[in-house]
Design a protein around this ligand. Structure first.
Ligand code: NDP
Length: 330
């Protein structure tokens, strides 16, 4: 079978040569194991961090070893009493077309509730990130103003929709006119701003948020966040979810120092990793699935076709190629 490995550690923005396709032999499956065929593969911004040789909450990928990530697989053979051929599962698996997993590594998914790929997005890791970051850290109240950056991405598009369900006024920041239009017409955002064509973001946010910003769900960091924080309200909350604008920088860029504003406005800023809420995942899944069922929450995705296009899809995240969850269908 084929796998994709990390060929070299990128400096700055990764390139396709940092990955390599390899042929490997599959061992025979042992008791308690299942043989899986990969159907849908998730690409995520955090993978960029794992390509570095740096200690973080997830260990670095190893050179010449496969990249790992969220994968939906179909059981082809089973030596486990918990799985039958044909079952669909999700887990953290290698970028490999066919692979063997232990029964503990795979979780069955309910495909009668939603299409399989939703378990990588709105009903998976990114949906849970949106739910816990907004509900448990942002603590939205009806009538409050929520600003979300990276608004048309997997996490952001769910944050905006959940904020609407909570009765908030929602403003999204995204990187194209098409995305801005879609956020307002399809996903219920009250306002949206294209950061790539807006010369004065501070002014644009002030205009879009006449009552100031009560919650800033930050997916991107950098200058966009500087501009939002200039409009932050007294007792605002800032769930610090991602800093994608900084993931490919080789030096930390300096910006305005906004801490005095956070201080005088009694703002709460809290970083988090979705895994912090592991014990409460069933609560998150229950709410997300319910909203999807009721038609209040749309799971949207950009699907790239072909296993060999995994690296291209991952690099596409840093160019804004996706609307909603970026997924590769093998
Ligand atoms: P997305 O689907 O949002 O994909 C990334 C998007 O980021 C792109 O579509 C692009 O959209 C935008 N982007 C890329 N480069 C920049 C830049 N320099 N400045 C501003 N925007 C940029 O990914 P996810 O939804 O999976 O992740 C969103 C954020 O949340 C990431 O920072 C990620 O690391 C973080 N995250 C954190 C988790 C946690 O546990 N804390 C879990 C999951 C994700 P555009 O066209 O708008 O530029």
């Amino acid at each position: 079978t084929e796998q994709i490995v990390l060929a070299s550690r990128p400096k700055g923005l990764p390139v396709s040569d940092d990955f390599r396709m390899m042929q490997v032999e599959l061992p025979v499956i042992k008791p308690g194991e299942i043989l899986l065929k990969g159907l849908y593969y998730s690409v995520d911004p955090y993978m960029r961090g794992r390509m570095n040789d740096a200690k973080s909450y997830a260990p670095p990928f190893e050179i010449d070893k496969p990249i790992y990530g969220g994968v939906i697989g179909k059981v082809m053979e089973s030596l486990s009493e918990h799985f039958r051929p044909g079952d669909m599962v999700v887990g953290n698996f290698p970028w490999q077309k066919d692979f063997i997993a232990t029964e503990k590594e795979a979780r069955k998914i309910d495909t009668s509730l939603a299409p399989p790929s939703y378990y990588l997005g709105v009903l998976g890791m990114t949906g849970l990130t949106a739910y816990f970051g907004l509900i448990h850290i942002g603590k939205p109240k009806a009538g409050e103003t929520v600003v979300v950056s990276g608004a048309a991405g997997a996490v952001g598009i769910v944050v905006g929709q959940i904020a609407k369900i909570q009765g908030c006024y929602v403003v999204g920041i995204a990187g194209s006119d098409e995305k801005v239009k879609l956020l307002k017409s399809e996903f219920g955002f009250d306002e949206a701003i294209n950061y790539k064509t807006t010369p004065d973001m501070n002014k644009a946010i002030a205009a879009a948020c006449p009552k100031g910003v009560d919650i800033y769900f930050d997916n991107v960091g950098g200058e966009i966040s500087d501009a939002v924080i200039k409009n932050i309200n007294f007792h605002a909350r800032i769930p610090l979810c991602g800093q994608i604008s900084l993931y490919n920088t080789t030096e930390t860029p300096m910006g305005p120092r906004l801490q005095p504003m956070l201080l005088t406005r009694s703002v709460l800023m809290q970083g988090f990793i979705v895994g912090d809420f592991k014990d409460r995942f069933p609560e998150g899944i229950k709410h997300l699935a319910q909203w999807v069922k009721e038609g209040k929450l749309k799971g949207t995705e950009t699907i790239e076709h072909g296993f060999q296009n995994l690296p291209k899809a991952l690099l596409g995240l840093f160019k804004g190629d996706n609307t909603g969850k970026m997924i590769v269908e093998a």
